[in-house]
Design a protein around this ligand. Structure first.
Ligand code: SF4
Ligand code: SF4
Length: 375
């Protein structure tokens, strides 16, 4: 299949703003993992400039380049010309999908959500023995990765909220489907309607998500305007936890990985650190942190479509954890904890958790000590 991009000329100005300086290279996790210049932001922009100048036709061979991006925005942060690569690629991918050029794995994700309420086509799950679709102050939204791949992280967040005596309910949630917009498709309206109706029925004043990507989808994507119209507070679990103190501390050396979706994309840097520093005074930062954080390699559909490169990116990040000599790596995203855990090498002895998992671990330790002391 050989065609031109029909609609992306709207982005002409943004694409030609790239002057090919290459400053983005150092921030690009795919380039770091593969050393392939075509895969970093500069390489992608050169290809798009060629397409717009009719020097290159769009074809299936370009899927490898234009669909292999974690949407981490590391390049955007470094770019002196203000080129927003994920924003450009989102539009380009839409055009590519419209002319029938798309990675099979991404097409599969869209088709799965036509038939199933979650991205893994998994059957109905027990909801951790918690109340579901009930009246409560707070709705906790688990997200597909948490519910079907990182169940322990979800359960830990629920355990911590139970410890704090929070009045929450789960809902029979379906995939927020925000990721579809990143891979050239559209959010599914039926899924939006179901989530909004379920949240509304609880009468909750706040919606707390375990997944930073779900939070971004609820806060910013157009189809979720009806959810925002309910007027409830939309928070990530890391923001919610800052209101509380925990009667536990660790002497271990703890570090923190800023997830792209929570940090660069949602601007939430301080909330997780606030909680972590309360429980881990021996906190140490990674070399690349906050806006300069290095992506774990899981985003933009890359974990499913390019698993080997996705793991290589995660290993780049884990090298930094070794460098600082941390005992514990905490993060605040189910996809990050999943990819980083899968990528950890046998010799890497540090443990990887969400902050809630680590708090629960400390609380359980305290409970065990208390039990030992009981007469
Ligand atoms: S830093 Fe910006 S202008 Fe320079 S090559 Fe990368 S995307 Fe282009
Ligand atoms: S968004 Fe991330 S993965 Fe994609 S080109 Fe930019 S730095 Fe590389």
């Amino acid at each position: 299949m050989v065609e031109k991009l029909p609609g992306s000329r709207d982005f002409y100005d943004r694409i030609i703003r790239c002057n090919n300086c290459g400053f983005c290279e150092a921030a690009c996790p795919i380039f770091k993992a593969t050393r392939r210049s075509a895969l970093n932001a500069r390489g992608k922009m050169i290809i798009l400039q060629d397409i717009l100048a009719d020097r290159q036709a769009i074809c299936d061979e370009l899927i490898e380049t234009l669909f292999q991006c974690t949407f981490c925005s590391g390049c955007t942060t470094q770019c002196p010309a203000g080129v927003n690569v994920p924003e450009i690629l989102r539009a380009v991918r839409k055009d590519m999908v419209n002319i029938g050029t798309c990675h099979a794995a991404f097409k599969g994700m869209d088709q799965v959500l036509d038939k199933h309420p979650n991205i893994y086509a998994a059957g109905e799950r027990e909801r951790f023995g918690r109340k579901v679709n009930q009246k409560a102050e707070i709705v906790f939204f688990m997200g597909c990765v948490g519910q079907y791949r990182e169940e322990d992280a979800v359960e830990a967040a629920l355990d911590v909220m139970d410890h704090l005596r929070v009045d929450y309910t789960l809902i029979e949630e379906v995939c927020c489907s925000g990721v579809l917009e990143d891979i050239g498709f559209a959010i599914h309206d039926d899924l939006v309607r179901k989530n909004v109706a379920l949240v509304r029925s609880t009468g909750a004043k706040a919606l707390v998500t375990g997944c930073p990507y779900c939070l971004r989808t609820f806060k910013h994507r157009a189809p979720y305007q009806p959810l925002r119209d309910l007027g409830l507070e939309l928070l990530h679990i890391s923001q919610f936890l800052t209101q509380f103190d925990f009667p536990v501390q660790t002497h271990l050396k703890v570090t923190y990985h800023d997830p792209c979706d929570l940090a660069r994309h949602a601007g939430i840097y301080e909330a997780p650190r606030q909680t972590i520093k309360k429980i881990a005074p021996n906190f140490v930062e990674l070399p690349n942190r906050r806006a300069n954080s290095l992506c774990c390699g899981a985003g933009g559909g890359v974990r499913g479509a390019y698993p080997r490169n996705s793991l290589s990116m995660a290993r780049q990040r884990l090298k930094e954890v070794e460098e600082v000599g941390a005992d514990i790596l905490l993060t605040e995203c189910h996809s990050c904890v999943h990819n980083l855990s899968n990528a950890r090498l046998r010799r890497q002895k540090f443990e990887i958790y969400t902050t809630s998992q680590f708090i629960r671990r400390l609380l359980e330790g305290q409970a065990l000590v208390a039990a030992n002391k009981a007469p």
